[in-house]
Design a protein around this ligand. Sequence first.
Ligand code: OAD
Length: 230
Amino acid sequence: MSNIVILTGAGISAESGIETFRADTGLWAQHRVEDVATPEGFARDPARVVAFYNGRRSQAASVAPNAAHDALARLEAAHAGEVLVVTQNVDDLHERSGSNNLIHMHGALNSALCGACEHRWPAPLEMQVGQKCPACNAPAARPDIVWFGEMPYQMDRIFAALSRADIFVAIGTSGNVYPAAGFVAEAARAGARTLEINLEPSAVGSQFDDALLGPATQTVPEWVDSILAG
Ligand code: OAD
């Protein structure tokens, strides 16, 4: 009975129609990280930042999960050991496919966070600047997104899962952003077999035992079938 930890990145949602970050035409070619993905950018121009995530939230709501998300939900339902999906994605396509054991380490578009008391609540489709927190009433609502310079969520739970993983798989992530890019080394140290699924080898590709190259909607169902076949 194997424990499986799966790290996903923007590449798993690409075929649903959500652009990745580092492609030539990706989000970071259209927006400056400092403007829309840092606490300093939010302090400087909250309207720009809120508008950026409003746009991404409405885009995520307009697309559907694909065969790769579906395959991971199928794996969780059918596999005897633990299956944990740790996603860097802020869309909700994993949960809409039926994944339950899921960590959004970089936050979620459908959640709002109070910058004053850290209360969380479901974000409206259109967040406004200075919206009031329903718990403490401070006009400090912000998108519940982990920005550069902030600590990703649930790291203790993630490292505990990596330490007991038998299989670690990274899907559709470029290996440029830490701590997620360091999970392969952590899992290998704990004795897991490691697999990278991507269109091309990532920045940390050489650290994996195996690679499965190709579009996620084909490679992920293929891999899940092979695990479920034993
Ligand atoms: P990137 O945009 O950096 O990388 C996307 C990866 O997906 C690349 O390695 C592509 O080769 C791969 N890819 C693209 N299409 C694919 C497909 N159809 N099938 C399989 N793989 C495909 O996105 P991330 O690695 O997720 O953080 O980026 C990590 C973090 O950087 C994001 O969570 C975000 C960003 O800045 C924050 O905003 C905190």
